[in-house]
Design a binder for this molecule. Structure first.
Ligand code: NAP
Length: 247
């Protein structure tokens, strides 16, 4: 495993779940990690855990649904760390309901957090990567961005949008030695999927060839790889971490 020593990473939605696991994995690999989300108490727990492993992290309050918050926090992170080399756009929400019942706010909330937040934060930090002539943008998409999912028109559209964004940015920034990739998790046991009932869970498990739910660490391992020098020739890629449920 190549070291991320000397690299500075920012993980959004790092207060729990997949984002927390990504922050811990990047820090273990040697990066200094800015962990960002709205829940500052949970972020501090993550920072303490990372510090307990002898690694370096700092918490930053961030609401990716707010342009003002994105600007202020990006500035604060750059002031503290000097630059950001690895950006993991992980913060995401669901507002699941069938199309005919979907309210405009269900659509807008999901788009604003999952897609617009990623656009604005990437735009705010890419200058720092360009200066360093090294960068890694890693966007957490989803298997449903590739397959679609009944009851998730808003969420699936946001996650498919992230794939188009990832590939466009990859083309724009390749000459600056900045890669842009997406990770598309399948069914991972977190608070987000904790709301599924037994029937929905069984239906999900029945279409996973590897016959188990994914773990937060399964996703974090893929993110850590894409952030590493070992992945320097990979850009514009969607890395499926889904146990084979879509191939
Ligand atoms: P989770 O446990 O619900 O965590 C979501 C994270 O996003 C939390 O840390 C939350 O932090 C943060 N967040 C939400 N809204 C935010 C906002 N406005 N500003 C800043 N942070 C915000 O979900 P998860 O399962 O770990 O999901 C992480 C990512 O993986 C999401 O993008 C999700 O769509 C994607 N994903 C998950 C699965 C799965 O099966 N779990 C599958 C495919 C893709 P605060 O509440 O503290 O702000």
């Amino acid at each position: 495993m190549s070291s991320l020593e000397g690299r500075i990473a920012l993980v959004t939605g790092a207060s729990q779940g997949i984002g927390r696991a990504c922050a811990i994995a990047l820090a273990r690999a040697g990066a200094s990690v800015a962990v960002a989300a709205r829940n500052e108490a949970k972020l501090q727990d993550v920072v303490n855990e990372i510090a307990g492993n002898g690694c370096n992290a700092k918490a930053f309050a961030l609401d990716v649904a707010s342009e003002e918050s994105i600007k202020t926090t990006a500035k604060a992170i750059l002031e503290h760390f000097g630059s950001v080399h690895i950006l993991v756009n992980n913060a995401g929400i669901t507002r699941d309901t069938l199309l005919l019942r979907m309210k405009r706010t269900d659509w807008d909330d999901v788009m604003t957090t999952n897609l617009t937040g990623t656009f604005l934060l990437t735009q705010a930090l890419v200058g720092s990567m360009m200066k360093a002539r090294w960068g890694r943008i890693i966007n957490i998409s989803s298997v449903v961005g590739e397959t679609g999912q009944a009851g998730q028109a808003n969420y699936a559209a946001s996650k498919a949008g992230l794939i188009g964004f990832t590939k466009s940015v990859a083309r724009e920034l390749a000459s600056r030695n900045i890669t842009s990739n997406a990770v598309a998790p399948g069914f991972v046991e977190t608070a987000m999927t904790g709301v599924l009932d037994g029937k929905q869970r069984a239906a999900m498990m029945s279409i996973i060839p590897l016959s188990r739910a994914g773990t937060e660490e399964d996703v974090a391992n893929a993110v850590r790889f894409l952030a590493s020098d070992e992945a320097s020739y990979i850009t514009g890629h969607v890395l499926d971490v889904n146990g084979g449920m879509y191939m």
